[in-house]
Design a protein around this ligand. Structure first.
Ligand SMILES: [Zn+2]
Length: 212
């Protein structure tokens, strides 16, 4: 049984250990997991194969015979057994949350174009709920509180406010990307391959990868 210890050199800054990207058996990205969950999946033989940079090394017990301490290297991407059919045929619509919405729009108010900290942002319904607008990715944008108050219960046309980008529904890979923290290059490259061709996030990721 492998004991889980954080590696010595990063024990005081665990948040710097990148999360690990888990995919299903066909390589569809599913979620971010911590290194302990990764070790659990490996020990349960749930991992078909792993690739990408080694993000952490876990140290286990001492082997009584060899006197060697066991180690387990955890890669950035784990392909796990099982298939997630929810993503088949593009039916997946990710749950809408302010956090992910703000990240989709890069913390920009899509009316005044300025970037704000999360606390000063809000969810604006392009077509207001009072006019039959839905609480759906395609009808919501990030807006600063000031712009949202000014727009009030009006459409952008009625309020004479120009919308700076067209809201879109993230696909499964875009959604995983938007939820990620400290995403490393191997993981970004992998996710990018699953983005739709015309994804507005494509350019952003390429800039982060230094490929603009
Ligand atoms: Zn604004």
């Amino acid at each position: 049984m492998l004991c889980l210890h954080k590696p010595e050199d990063v024990s005081n800054v665990p948040e710097l250990i990148p999360q690990i990207l888990r995919t299903d058996s066909t390589g569809i990205p599913l979620e971010w997991i911590g290194h302990q969950e990764a070790a659990r999946l490996i020990s349960l033989d749930m991992v078909q194969y792993a690739f990408g940079r080694i993000v952490t090394r876990l140290h286990g017990g001492i082997n009584a015979f060899s006197q060697q301490q066991s180690t387990l290297d955890i890669n950035a991407i784990l392909v796990t057994r099982g298939r997630n059919r929810e993503y088949d045929k593009g039916r997946f619509i990710p749950p809408l949350s302010n956090n992910t919405l703000f990240r989709r729009d890069e913390n920009l108010c899509l009316y005044c174009g300025k970037q704000y900290p999360k606390q000063q942002l809000s969810r604006d319904h392009v077509r207001p709920l009072s006019q039959g607008g839905r609480d759906h990715w395609k009808n919501v944008v990030t807006a600063c509180k000031r712009c949202n108050n000014h727009k009030a219960d009006r459409t952008p046309e009625e309020a004479n406010m120009k919308l700076l980008a067209i809201p879109f529904v993230p696909n499964y890979a875009e959604y995983i990307y938007l939820q990620g923290r400290h995403i490393i290059a191997d993981q970004m490259e992998f996710l990018l391959n699953h983005f739709p061709k015309n994804s507005p996030l494509r350019q952003r990721v390429k800039i982060r990868l230094g490929k603009s």
